[in-house]
Design a protein around this ligand. Structure first.
Ligand code: SAM
Length: 325
């Protein structure tokens, strides 16, 4: 199934290739840089396999939590928010930027209330404040959802000027809510998340901000974070796959691991330059053909006839280059 949102760097076009190189077996699936969750939504959840969606952008994870757990309330807020216009877009952005109702704000308010009120009064007030904070999470999620829908390229920064009636997307939200029933939603930096979930049977799919396009996201991702990610993955007990833009820096960084070159149409560039291709790489710490090799011969033959055997996998040398070049 599809995600309920578009997201910069979303893997809608690449995910079919990505699944083909998933490991044969794993007991927990962890999507480290979740974004719109395109890869997660497109995979069939397996009974007994734990599934985790993570992103460091708290507006995004709040949206996923509200879609998953508070669907009715979320839809109610969406219905109430005014219709699409440039002014509304500005109001929504201000609301999101101010982050009026963060957890930090809530604990400060609770502390003040406790200090100034008698214990019974504080108990009453506490309940009210917690209730309000919950509501604001849904309000924040609804505002963020509209911001994504109304903005150019789903970048949340400039108004797209395209008519959009969010009510027409309600069915997508219901579908997503059902799909996420057993998914754990986390809001952590990748390093903490990977260390927390790493086991022998874990499989991490990592789709970090691409090299030299880091500024497209609200969460700051530094050049040193690419190295930090590689180092974190290097010491992993489980299996992992990373997708990146194809460039010398990334090939060198991941030299010694399996690297596959893939090309797909670039959505944004395509609007202006029909058919513009974008070279990417998929990197793994396990033999990417293990799934295919375990398939019955007939299936292999079928895949071969469909041209699947044209994939170019190789283990890169210490300079990230193909050994035969
Ligand atoms: C390329 S996008 C992921 C797109 C996603 N695969 C999809 O199909 O929609 C990268 C994501 O990484 C998130 N991110 C940035 N820094 C992060 C960090 N330190 N830890 C976890 N997530 C981070 C961004 O918020 C962004 O949503």
């Amino acid at each position: 199934m599809n995600s309920f949102i578009s997201w910069i760097g979303g893997k809608k076009a690449l995910r079919k290739i990505i699944y083909r190189f998933f490991p044969k077996d794993y007991g927990r699936y962890i999507e480290v840089f979740g974004g719109g969750g395109w890869v997660l939504f497109g995979r069939k959840p397996k009974r007994g396999t734990m599934e985790v969606y993570n992103d460091f952008n708290s507006n995004l994870t709040n949206l996923f939590c509200c879609v998953k757990n508070r669907t009715w309330e979320f839809l109610r807020y969406l219905g109430f928010l005014p219709l699409n216009s440039r002014d509304e877009f500005r109001v929504l952005r201000k609301f999101i930027e101010k982050e009026e109702f963060t957890q930090e704000y809530l604990s400060e308010e609770l502390e003040l209330a406790q200090h100034n009120l008698s214990p019974p009064e504080f108990e009453d007030m506490r309940e009210l404040m917690l209730e309000n904070a919950k509501k604001s999470d849904v309000r924040r999620a609804a505002a963020f959802y509209k911001l994504i829908r109304y903005s150019y390229g789903s970048g949340c920064t400039s108004y797209s000027c395209q008519p959009c009636d969010v009510r027409k997307t309600f069915f997508l939200i219901w579908e997503a809510s059902r799909r996420l029933t057993d998914t754990v939603v986390e809001n952590k930096d990748f390093e903490a998340l990977i260390r927390q979930y790493d086991r022998d049977n874990a499989f991490f799919y990592c789709d970090p901000p691409y090299y030299e396009t880091e500024g497209h996201y609200a969460v700051v991702f530094r050049k040193s974070d690419h190295v930090r990610l590689r180092d974190t993955l290097k010491s992993c007990r489980g299996k992992w796959m990373v997708s990146y833009n194809d460039c010398e820096y990334i090939r060198n960084l991941y030299a010694g691991f399996y690297i596959l070159s893939v090309t797909r149409l670039n959505n944004l560039a395509q609007r202006y330059d029909g058919g513009c291709e974008y070279p990417e790489v998929i990197i793994t710490n396990y033999d990417p053909k293990e799934r295919r090799n375990s398939e019955p011969m007939q299936l292999n033959l079928f895949n071969y006839e469909n041209g699947d055997d044209e994939d170019e996998w190789y283990r890169a040398d210490e300079m990230g280059q193909r050994p035969d070049l």
